[in-house]
Design a protein around this ligand. Sequence first.
Ligand code: DOR
Length: 445
Amino acid sequence: MIKTLIKGAKIVNEGQTAFLDVLIEGERIASISSNITATPDVEVIDASGKFLLPGCIDDQVHFREPGLTHKATIGTESKACLAGGITSFLEMPNTDPQTTTAQAFKDKLDVAAQSSWVNYGFLFGGTNDNLEEIKAIDIKTTPGLKLFLGSSTGNMLVDDPNILKEIFSIFRLPIAVHCEDEQTIKTNLSKYLKKFGDDIPIKHHPDIRSAEACYLSSSKAIALAKETGARLHVFHLSTARETALFQNDVPLSEKQITSEVCIHHLWFSDEDYSKKGTHIKWNPAVKSAADRAGLWEALNDDRIDIIASDHAPHTLEEKNQVYTKAPSGGPMVQHALALMLECVNQGKISLEKVVEKMCHNPAILFSVKERGYIRAGYYADLVLVDINKEHTITRDNLLYKCGWSPLEGTTLRGAVTHTFLNGALMYENGLIKEFNKAKPLSFMT
Ligand code: DOR
């Protein structure tokens, strides 16, 4: 059995930061203690000056396989996860075919079993007409359901109020929702189309996919969850106003209604459209600096529970089209954690809070078994970071199949140096080791 001793790091885990050594035996953490002595059969990693974190669990990624593999594949994007310190992901159902049947769900798991570099799980997709499939979901392999309550990539809008009520009433795992009110968006869009035709200036994206559309849809979903007792998780909050809909007076494990924020909504604001154009076109839209400030506040006071990437690659050719044709979404997994380390350096958030929101909380919320923490007996999914290391994101150091990033040219202080997956050192200072099969996530049901 391979044994690795990580020595000299400051461990950030469960709200504490302390100098502790970690011994890995095989796939799991064997012990955590101060000054573990190395035996001759142990490989020692000198981690002095670094922080050791649990591997991140990204609860919202789009890896495009099957059907949209000209943009990305599970193989290419999960490799980028390794470099970014993301050791597990939950992938979205807006592929082609959509993940809305037991067969499509199984097919995705089969592809990931052969090609994923990090541990994987898939949200099942709900539509206006797959209620029977939803009822038959295997809760041992499924973390939750994804519903698009506003249309986005993949035409998965669920807008039948009776179906929605039924899904919310019967489904007892987390229901993760994309909230943007369709009618509001349509009305706004037609106004701008009249004025500009297809070439609407990108700065109007947040006027079309407006704060109002987000608030209306989130508050409706929350009201329905309260009425039906559904376990609701609202994805990618983008406005300050919506944050008032969430509570922070009970621990996450007791919340019925939770929320997520994405890296791009914490990083960009509408001031960036003039420089970045459609490369920062997302649904929901990046909004004002005041919205961004409200998101930071809610993240730090625990009304927001999770930080995710919403990694959603499209090709540059697709993104460079006029407003109405350019798809929304961009690739983020490779730099999601590094960006948050930069934010730690800027004093916007503590490293302990980053670990809570990117590692512990996704594990709690989706009942992920034996991951998300540095605990003896848990899988050794671990990340070493150098909080002071500066690096610049350039096209030649990207691992995404689409080959571009909305962050190109950005210099960050804070870098992932090592990623361990199921006990194996898989990424070290820019180098990825030989392919090693990852594992399906298990869920406590
Ligand atoms: O910007 C987005 N892109 N938002 C979504 O909801 C979907 C995603 C995608 O799949 O492209």
